[in-house]
Design a protein around this ligand. Structure first.
Ligand code: SF4
Ligand code: SF4
Length: 431
C-alpha cells in the first residue's frame, strides 16, 4: 500500500441536498477513514485484489450514493432493509436497488437512546439512530424501508421509525410448518405488489428470472470465497472477508460478484503457491451468531490481533446470507415465487423455533472451514441468539470443539476483558 493516508471521500454538497447533519457526519467519515487505515491497510500479505474493496469504502458515502441517486432519478425504487429475509431479488427485478441498513456503529446510539430504551439490541439502536440523527446517506436516499417481525426490538421500533421514513413490515413466520411457508409466500406476494406500486409497472417473469440469476451469482461468488478460506494457510484474513460480506449489502450486485470472483482467482493462485495471510500455526477460528454490520469489526480485530485467523462467519452477514441459492428453473411467476419462498425458508435465524438445523449447520461449517475453535457472538439483549447459544455450546461440548461465547455491544468498554478471554481461548487451542 502507498504511504498516502486512507480517506473516505467527502461530498458535503450532496449530503446537504440529502438533508443530512453534514458537520456531524463529516466527523464520522474522518473517523471511519482512520479506523480503516489502522485495521485494514496495516495488514501484511493482503491480496492485491482487495484494492477494489478499499476503493468501495473510500466512496461508500459518495460515489456509491451518486450511483443510487441515478437509479432513483429513473423512477426505480430504492429500498432499505434490515434483514436477509427481505427478498432483494424482487427489488432488483423492478430495476431498483436494495440496501442493507443494519447499524454497526456506536456513534449513532446516543441519537437512538433519546427515544428508544437503552436495554435493547445495539443493532436496532444504531440503525434507528442513523435516521434520527440524519447521519447516514443511505437512510436519506431510500424511498422507503422494509422491516420485519423477527424480534421484538425490531418490530416495535418500526412503528417509531415510520414517523421518520415510510416503513413497511413483513411478517416473518417463526416456525417452519407448511402453514408458515404459505404465510411467507403471501408476504412475498404483498412485497412484490408494494414494489410494483412504487414503480407503477408490473414485474415480468423475465425480469424476475434475471434478478434471481444475478443474485444467485452474487451468492455463488461469496460461496467460492468461503471455500477458498478453508485452505491451510488461509489465503485471506477474516477481517477482509468480513468486509466483503458487509459490502455485499451496499454494492451493485453484478459488479460486486465480478470483483469477488477476481479476488477468488488471486486467492486460488495463492493457495496453489501455499501462500497465506498467517502462518499454518495460527489458530483457525469460526465465528457464529448475530450479524456484524458495517463497521463492526470488533471481534475479528481482537481475534486476529491476538494471532488467530478467522475462517468463517456463520451469520447473516456471512454464510446465512449466501449458503442457499434460488432454483432457476421456475417458468411461471407462481413457480418463481414458490422457488424464492423455498430458498428464504431455509434461512436458519434464531427467531425460529425449533431451529435445530442451525446447530447442524454450525457443525457442518466448522468441519468445512477446517476451523479449530468456535467463537459464538451474541449482541447484548438479543434474546434469541443468546438463548440458542446454549444448544450450540452443548453441541460443541459433545463434539469436543474448543468454544468461547461472547456477549457484547459496540462500545470499546469491554475490549480489555474480551482480549484476555480471547487470548486464553487461543492458548487453549494451541495446547
Ligand atoms: S439474524 Fe435473523 S433477524 Fe437478523 S438479519 Fe438474520 S434472519 Fe434477519
Ligand atoms: S441481533 Fe437479535 S435483537 Fe438484534 S436485531 Fe437481530 S434478532 Fe433482533
Amino acid at each position: 500500500m502507498n504511504s498516502k493516508k486512507f480517506e473516505v471521500a467527502a461530498y458535503p454538497k450532496m449530503w446537504e441536498g440529502l438533508g443530512m447533519d453534514v458537520a456531524r457526519f463529516d466527523k464520522a467519515r474522518q473517523m471511519l477513514g482512520e479506523v480503516y487505515d489502522k485495521l485494514f491497510l496495516s495488514q501484511t500479505e493482503r491480496p492485491r485484489k482487495m484494492a477494489y474493496f478499499d476503493a468501495m469504502i473510500a466512496e461508500i458515502f459518495g460515489g456509491r450514493i451518486k450511483e443510487i441517486l441515478a437509479v432513483k432519478k429513473s423512477a426505480k425504487p430504492v429500498v432499505g432493509t434490515f434483514c436477509v429475509y427481505i427478498p432483494e431479488e424482487i427489488v432488483v427485478a423492478a430495476g431498483g436497488v436494495c440496501i442493507g441498513l443494519c447499524g454497526g456503529s456506536p456513534g449513532s446510539i446516543p441519537d437512538a437512546e433519546k427515544i428508544l430504551p437503552r436495554n435493547i439490541c445495539p443493532m436496532v439502536k444504531s440503525a434507528y439512530g442513523f435516521k434520527a440523527g440524519r447521519i447516514c446517506p443511505y437512510f436519506q436516499v431510500v424511498d422507503f424501508v422494509y422491516g420485519e417481525t423477527t424480534c421484538d426490538a425490531k418490530k416495535k421500533t418500526w412503528e417509531l421509525l415510520d414517523r421518520l421514513v415510510p416503513t413497511h413490515v413483513m411478517e416473518i413466520p417463526q416456525m417452519k410448518r407448511a402453514r408458515d411457508r404459505a404465510l411467507w409466500l403471501e408476504e412475498v406476494k404483498d412485497f412484490k405488489a408494494k414494489v410494483e406500486d412504487i414503480c407503477g409497472s408490473e414485474i415480468s417473469e423475465d425480469n424476475l428470472a434475471g434478478a434471481i440469476r444475478l443474485i444467485n451469482r452474487k451468492r455463488l461468488a461469496l460461496q467460492r470465497l468461503t471455500k477458498l478460506r478453508a485452505n491451510i494457510p488461509a489465503p485471506i484474513s477474516g477481517k477482509d472477508a468480513l468486509l466483503i460480506e458487509q459490502i455485499a449489502f451496499y454494492d451493485e450486485p453484478e459488479r460486486f460478484a465480478a470483483k469477488v470472483n477476481e479476488l477468488c482467482d488471486e486467492l486460488a493462485e495463492r493457495v496453489e503457491a501455499g501462500r497465506g495471510v498467517a502462518g499454518p500455526e495460527s489458530p483457525r477460528i469460526m465465528v457464529s451468531g448475530t450479524p456484524m454490520a458495517l463497521p463492526n469489526w470488533k471481534i475479528h480485530n481482537l481475534l486476529e490481533s491476538a494471532g488467530a485467523v478467522v475462517v468463517n462467519e456463520e451469520s447473516c452477514i456471512g454464510t446465512r446470507y449466501f449458503k442457499d441459492v434460488i432454483d432457476e428453473n421456475g417458468g411461471s411467476m407462481a413457480e418463481q415465487l414458490a422457488n424464492l419462498t423455498d430458498r428464504y425458508m431455509r434461512i436458519d435465524c434464531s427467531c425460529f423455533t425449533p431451529n435445530d438445523e442451525r446447530v447442524e449447520q454450525v457443525l457442518r461449517e466448522y468441519r468445512q472451514s477446517k476451523a479449530q475453535g468456535i467463537l459464538h457472538y451474541s449482541l447484548q439483549f438479543c434474546h434469541t441468539y443468546n438463548i440458542e447459544e446454549i444448544k450450540i455450546r452443548e453441541a460443541c461440548e459433545r463434539e469436543a470443539i474448543p468454544y468461547l461465547s461472547i456477549e457484547t455491544d459496540y462500545s470499546a468498554e469491554d475490549t480489555g476483558q474480551l482480549q484476555t478471554r480471547i487470548e486464553a481461548f487461543l492458548e487453549q487451542i494451541g495446547d
